[in-house]
Write a protein that binds this ligand. Structure first.
Ligand code: ATP
Ligand code: MG
Length: 191
């Protein structure tokens, strides 16, 4: 599961858990992005902070793990490189599923090596009930290598969490307890 995870929140964790159940996955590997090139317009927290928050949030689940492939690779993050690296790590006989939001999946045709991505993994786009997102491109993606999955509505986003912290509003129960404490300890998202 790829994401910026700035910070990771319960929406990400529920989505990962839903997809894992639906596809009977052995493991969900959370992959924090290095330099997210789609988000070049805003300041993203240090990769190490985002990595550690992801570790804290997933530590108690034996099927969840965190990979450093994207944060250790210099330069902007491209999903093609992520999948090639994970495949190398886990071996050629591993079935890969790339989990992301439907909003991100819609942009897939603009991703690097988009023609080869569907050979590397099955793509799962998470949608939220009642949330209409504009996904004009999804219809043209190969149906047998892609699934849209509706996740129980958790109206949480990292953006909203950052805004709450900046405004001294609580993020308890939006993000795992250890992440609340890590944000405070490191003074993240303060104005
Ligand atoms: P930001 O507000 O900074 O864009 P985000 O909450 O969208 O952050 P990302 O790290 O960008 O978090 O998330 C990775 C993927 O997880 C995105 O493609 C997003 O659509 C999906 N996602 C985020 N929050 C939820 C949620 N509450 N339910 C289902 N999917 C989600
Ligand atoms: Mg987002």
């Amino acid at each position: 599961m790829g994401g910026t995870f700035d910070p990771i929140h319960h929406g990400h964790l529920v989505a990962a858990s839903e997809v894992a159940t639906r596809f009977a996955l052995d493991e969900v590997v959370f992959v924090p992005t290095g330099e997210p090139w789609q988000k070049a317009d805003r300041e993203v927290s240090a990769a190490e902070d985002r990595y550690l928050m992801t570790v804290i949030a997933t530590a108690s689940n034996p099927r969840f793990s965190v990979s450093r492939v994207d944060i250790d690779r210099p330069g902007p993050t491209y999903t093609y490189d992520t999948l090639v690296d994970i495949r190398e790590e886990r071996g050629d006989d591993t079935d890969l599923f790339f989990i992301t939001g439907a909003d991100a999946l819609d942009q897939i045709l603009t991703w690097r090596h988009s023609d080869k991505l569907f050979d590397l993994a099955h793509f799962v786009g998470c949608t939220r009930p009642g949330v209409e997102i504009d996904t004009p491109n999804i219809a043209s993606l190969p149906k047998e290598r892609m699934t849209l999955l509706e996740i129980p509505a958790l109206s949480i986003s990292s953006t909203a969490c950052r805004i709450r912290v900046a405004g001294a509003e609580p993020v308890w129960y939006l993000v795992p307890d250890g992440v609340v404490q890590y944000i405070a300890k490191r003074g993240l998202y303060l104005p």
